[in-house]
Design a protein around this ligand. Sequence first.
Ligand code: NAD
Ligand code: IPM
Ligand code: MN
Length: 359
Amino acid sequence: MSLGATPLQLLVLPGDGVGPEVTEAALLVLGAALAGSGIELEVERRPIGGVALDAGPDPLPAATREAALSAGAILLGAVGGPRWDGLPVRPEAGLLALRRALGAFANLRPVRVLPGLERQSPLRPERVAGTDILFVRELTGGAYFGRPQGQAGRAPNRRAVDTTEYGELEVRRVCEVAFRMARERRRRVTSVDKANVLATSRLWRAVATEVGREFPDVELEHCLVDSFALRLLQQPRSFDVVVTENLFGDILTDEAAALPGTLGVLPSASGGGELPWLYEPVHGSAPELAGRGVANPIGAIAATAMLLRLSAGRADLAAAVDAAVAEVVRGGVLTPDLGGDASTEAVAQQVVGWLRRSA
Ligand code: NAD
Ligand code: IPM
Ligand code: MN
């Protein structure tokens, strides 16, 4: 996974809505983080999602797919928006196809409440302060990819079906990632399922338990998804690593954004095998903010920190970016989603300023 040698060949997929704004902001920071590091940054940009559908039939054009498979790492903004909602092929299908092509079964979504953000949360500051959770979301299985899927019939007899299916090996490999990550953290894994109702969840729980036996130094607990959704808001500090299936992970990580107070600050990294990893903010295209220069770039910036750590093997540079972001937040330079009036670019420039001062 580590690139080791220079240069860093980065494929940027800006996508739709605020995607181009936050990826450009993140690139400013990445450039500053790499300055003087000996790593040269080579950036290529390609279309995905709605902008790709404006130009052709495929939300993941073949040229974008090929570029992704041969990149050092990929930074994606967001896809989707009301403009493409009525089309037979949706922009989101391009992102799903990309994750699948990359074999990106493990989606790492860290949720931290940085000092200074506690007061932005709709929850009580003393309850959310110090939250540090790593969600490990399964990303290439479950209802997102199960077949059959679709709608048939005519009104008033239309019917639709989605299929949730998991194989043992799919569960095992993502649980192994969670346990390995827990060893680098506080050695606690919470596996989230709906084993009281769903067959896939009963398999999930059995396999998670088996994997847990191979990591006796890590504590495993199981939690039903409905009570997890509540506990996440009541006792967020009680979690370390949380592993769960694709759909639950999608929903719960948006819920977790209530802890820092906005979706705009959450990053993610997706990968699995030897293919390039994909880095993105957790948020979507936020169409209502697009073009206004006010989207929070911290999710995308923090995603580039994950890239520096996981794909470039430069934990030092990743830590410098994270520290610079923390300083900017502490200093109160915040976009409107966090109650401030700073622009996307102003936040990025502040982070760049901190990086230069600390270099
Ligand atoms: P969204 O994530 O775009 O927005 C949810 C809320 O978070 C909104 O209030 C929005 O203003 C806010 N928000 C999101 N990003 C922000 C940022 N950077 N700074 C400040 N506030 C931010 O979700 P949605 O509105 O439900 O979806 C819009 C479109 O995005 C849909 O087409 C959806 O499919 C797509 N989507 C794409 C991705 C992705 O590309 N990874 C993820 C989620 C949603
Ligand atoms: C996410 C998004 C995607 C998902 C959509 C856009 C397909 O919500 O990355 O969280 O559901 O995985
Ligand atoms: Mn989502």
